[in-house]
Design a binder for this molecule. Sequence first.
Ligand SMILES: [Zn+2]
Length: 85
Amino acid sequence: MGRRGIKEYRASEALQLILADRDQVDIPCPSCGHKTIERTPKRRLPKNRWTVPRQVTLKCKKCSRQAMYVPGKVTQPSDIELVGG
Ligand SMILES: [Zn+2]
């Protein structure tokens, strides 16, 4: 179920992207195989690695599917406040 025209990945595809991003690995789009995934915000320099963005959006440039996640929730689920709504 997409909302308002936003194409979303299936859960398993989103998970692949999210885990790869968390590990700072670039993978092609799990849906269409396109190599360019647009990341918002852009990945920071290593010296700023402790600055964790509130939310990361990963969007394929070709099929426009997107996945969003909150980095803190992936690495330390109990440590970061939950994002409501
Ligand atoms: Zn794609």
